[in-house]
Design a binder for this molecule. Sequence first.
Ligand SMILES: *[C@@H]1O[C@H](CO)[C@@H](O)[C@H](O)[C@H]1NC(C)=O
Ligand SMILES: *[C@@H]1O[C@H](CO)[C@@H](O)[C@H](O)[C@H]1NC(C)=O
Ligand SMILES: *[C@@H]1O[C@H](CO)[C@@H](O)[C@H](O)[C@H]1NC(C)=O
Ligand SMILES: *[C@@H]1O[C@H](CO)[C@@H](O)[C@H](O)[C@H]1NC(C)=O
Ligand SMILES: *[C@@H]1O[C@H](CO)[C@@H](O)[C@H](O)[C@H]1NC(C)=O
Ligand SMILES: *[C@@H]1O[C@H](CO)[C@@H](O)[C@H](O)[C@H]1NC(C)=O
Ligand SMILES: *[C@@H]1O[C@H](CO)[C@@H](O)[C@H](O)[C@H]1NC(C)=O
Ligand SMILES: *[C@@H]1O[C@H](CO)[C@@H](O)[C@H](O)[C@H]1NC(C)=O
Ligand SMILES: *[C@@H]1O[C@H](CO)[C@@H](O)[C@H](O)[C@H]1NC(C)=O
Ligand SMILES: *[C@@H]1O[C@H](CO)[C@@H](O)[C@H](O)[C@H]1NC(C)=O
Ligand SMILES: *[C@@H]1O[C@H](CO)[C@@H](O)[C@H](O)[C@H]1NC(C)=O
Length: 865
Amino acid sequence: MASDHFGLIKFLTLVMATSVSASEEAKALLIWKSSFKNQTLTSPLSSWTNTNTNSLCTSWFGVSCNSQGSIVRLNLTDIRIETDLRNFRFPSLSNLTFLDLSINNLSGPFPPQFEQLSKLNYLDMSRNNITGPIPSTIGNLKDLRFLNLQQNSLTGFIPPELGDLVSMVDLRLNQNKLTGPIPDSFGNLTNLEFLYLRRNNLSGQIPPSIANPLKLQVMQLDTNNFTGFLPEGICGGGKLQNLTLRGNRLHGPIPKSLRECKSLFRVRFEGNGFTGDISNVFGVYPHLNYIDLSHNKFHGEISGNWGESRKLGALIFSDNQITGTIPQEIWNMTQLNQLDLSSNNITGELPEDIRNLKRLVKLQLNGNQLSGRLPSGLGSLTDLDYLDLSSNRFSSEIPISLAFLSSLHHMNMSRNTLYEAIPIELTKLGQLSVLDLSENQLDGIIPSQISFLQSLEILDLSYNNLAGLIPTSFKEMHALRNVNISHNNLEGPVPHSLVFQNAPEETLEGNKRLCGNNIKQGLKPCSSSYFGNKRSSKVVVLSVLIPIVGVILICIRVATYLQRRKRLFREPTDSETGPRMFISKFPAKLSYDEIINATENFDAKYLTGAGGSGTVYKAKVQSMVLAVKKLHETMDDERATFMVQHGFLNEINTLAKIRHRNMVKLLGYCSHSLHSFLVYQYIEKGSLRKALAEDEVAKRLDWEKRINIVKGVAHAISYIHHDHSPPIVHCDISSGNILLDKDYEPKVSDFGSAKLLKKDASNWSVLGGTYGYMAPELAYSVNVTEKCDVYSFGVLTLEVIRGTHPSHLLSNEKIQLIDIQDSRLPSPSVHIKDQMSRIIEIAVSCLHIDPQSRPTMLQVSNTLL
Ligand SMILES: *[C@@H]1O[C@H](CO)[C@@H](O)[C@H](O)[C@H]1NC(C)=O
Ligand SMILES: *[C@@H]1O[C@H](CO)[C@@H](O)[C@H](O)[C@H]1NC(C)=O
Ligand SMILES: *[C@@H]1O[C@H](CO)[C@@H](O)[C@H](O)[C@H]1NC(C)=O
Ligand SMILES: *[C@@H]1O[C@H](CO)[C@@H](O)[C@H](O)[C@H]1NC(C)=O
Ligand SMILES: *[C@@H]1O[C@H](CO)[C@@H](O)[C@H](O)[C@H]1NC(C)=O
Ligand SMILES: *[C@@H]1O[C@H](CO)[C@@H](O)[C@H](O)[C@H]1NC(C)=O
Ligand SMILES: *[C@@H]1O[C@H](CO)[C@@H](O)[C@H](O)[C@H]1NC(C)=O
Ligand SMILES: *[C@@H]1O[C@H](CO)[C@@H](O)[C@H](O)[C@H]1NC(C)=O
Ligand SMILES: *[C@@H]1O[C@H](CO)[C@@H](O)[C@H](O)[C@H]1NC(C)=O
Ligand SMILES: *[C@@H]1O[C@H](CO)[C@@H](O)[C@H](O)[C@H]1NC(C)=O
Ligand SMILES: *[C@@H]1O[C@H](CO)[C@@H](O)[C@H](O)[C@H]1NC(C)=O
């Protein structure tokens, strides 16, 4: 009962008070509302009507009153008021403490009588289109604690009277067109915690009085026109967290006080003219999350102390004059997500420890003088989105581990000295949209699998030594809009894809043997041989290579792949060799005599194996280990002349140029009246057959290694079939011809019997396959195609899983993993089992009796990738 009674009295008081003062205030609001340009029936302000002024305090949108029924709060943010600010009738709203008119497209200047809202402590007029200056009378709003005028079109100077608002906690004038200096009177704002002045056209020095607001936490002064030195007291009372000075004309040294400013969280100094030795002006900051010092004039070396700022996520020092090496401590900053040291003068190598930075999203080290090998630890940075290592002196192959960077969008490795082929594994980077490998020394071919890069938009491979045909698979790259392959050794037709057909001449030029029918691209028309659809028309035989005899010395030399620029073959002098003929254009350093000396004239103690076509010796020459295969026969005069005339030597040369991670490299070939031999890369662990035969070794070849062997062999065969012009058929894939390196990585060997399939395939005659691996059609047909290798691959695959030759299983169409898995190994995990079942399925399809029904090695390789 009592509570009802009090409620009624309260209600009556409210009604009476409202009827006196509120009617004035309501009237004022209604007059103001009539100036709004775009109010519809559905607008929240439809609650403001003539007929219910009595309910001003209870049901008008955005209005709150005090107990006397006078308006104290007006919250009208973002309701499309859209009127000239001068229409605002405030005199009758003198009790207002809170006014929010943000996001309403208010226009016009501040009316000078604004000062009459003298009780305001919260004023938000942000994100409108208020013009003109901030009136100096704003200094009368003594209770203001929060003033937000950001994102308007205010002009003129900041009135010094703002400094009189000593209660001010949060002052935001950013994103206007204010000019002139920060008034010295800001030093009076001792309660200030937040100061936002960014994106105006303020100038002059930052006043030393800015040190007075001891509670200051955020100071955003960026994108103005401030000049001079930073005042010593910039850290204020030691509460400063965010200090943004970017895009001004500040210069000179960093004040010493900043070294001890432990509260710092976010520091942006970029784009000024700060100077000083970067190694000693900054300290250790326990809370620092982000620091950007780029585009200044800092010099000196990066301090290892940064490693102790354990919360630091972004370290951005680009475009300064930093020298020295990157300190080891940086590689321990596991929390880093952005490291940008680009455009400095940093030297040294990248350590494998870079793998610690697992959270890195952006890594920019471009434009320095970094050298040495690219660490394979880069492959551990699996969150990486942006990688720029361009314009350095890196000298290595592209690490295969980069294939793990599955989030990568942007990769720039241009302007280094990267060599070897583009690893096929890079084509796993399905997110990649920009790939720039230009201005390196990459060789080999452009793999057809490049079309897996379905997101790729920009591809620059210019200024390398890439050879062979441009893969036709380019036409499957639907996102590609920009490609540059100029200045390589590419040949053959430019693919019929839009990106190539629309490519300007300069993105194709410098490839002497490209052809096409787009006259604007400055290309010659293609001769018919490049357009033959039948693979057999491009096929070449090279079985003649084995029974070579000779008095003429023929040496084919290729540059070393083991050690770049260390030349393998030296041109023999007349006195060393007698008559000779040089086919290769590669300069040489390794002589016939050195091979003879290293093997002590083919002494049996260097013998490591023997095969159908020759015996193999291990030779150590100039600190390189080589495998030298001495051929059983030598070449007579007539034969040699014939070979030269028929361009066979060019074909040996072609074989010698094959580079694939899973192919043993043919480094050179020499024929002499006494000995003819082929020189290969030496592979440590010998043949797969041997490895599978020895229980101890076979046990070390676990399931993962075996799957890797199958994949590697598939990629290699796919490479010679599909990425090489003319295609090469190996014709003797067997476990005896697969060698294993120290990491059990497979290498397909024995080019001695590899055959380039000839243009006129009917000439094909002798074949040197290994029994048990030969495709059945070879028994009755002379029609040799790549499908023979596909068959042999099928046999080999089953052998790898079974541990022995699968002889009797070959005609079996339903092979189960459980029936054939090598019993010397523990049973595979579920994951591995899945993979192996799939591999067995592929192997069985390779064994199809009808060659046409077998998959191509490209298909196999793609399925296994
Ligand atoms: C008027 O307001 C409505 C919604 O309230 C909006 O869709 C329309 O774009 C506005 N018109 C103008 C000219 O701003
Ligand atoms: C102002 O009103 C909006 C809704 O229109 C609301 O989201 C906001 O929180 C209010 N502001 C304050 C400070 O009460
Ligand atoms: C302001 O509020 C006081 C009481 O708090 C009241 O007496 C006065 O009339 C109000 N002013 C206006 C203009 O409504
Ligand atoms: C703001 O108002 C002007 C005219 O007063 C109008 O042209 C403009 O479209 C409005 N802008 C927005 C974002 O509503
Ligand atoms: C701001 O006002 C000016 C002048 O009245 C007008 O030209 C401009 O379009 C307006 N800007 C916006 C975003 O409404
Ligand atoms: C406010 O700042 C001005 C200019 O720096 C100064 O002259 C004045 O004494 C200061 N007032 C107070 C109360 O500190
Ligand atoms: C900034 O102000 C200066 C004068 O202080 C003036 O010369 C310059 O044009 C202004 N710049 C912009 C972008 O308004
Ligand atoms: C900075 O100030 C100078 C001189 O007052 C002026 O020329 C320049 O345009 C200003 N820069 C900007 C970005 O406003
Ligand atoms: C400092 O800046 C960061 C990032 O913009 C922000 O998240 C943080 O809230 C700011 N600190 C303060 C005290 O405003
Ligand atoms: C970087 O070093 C090179 C030579 O070592 C020198 O020519 C160049 O001026 C240096 N650049 C800077 C920005 O220090
Ligand atoms: C990096 O961290 C490891 C492990 O925490 C530590 O042993 C090593 O000393 C650290 N190296 C540097 C240079 O800080």
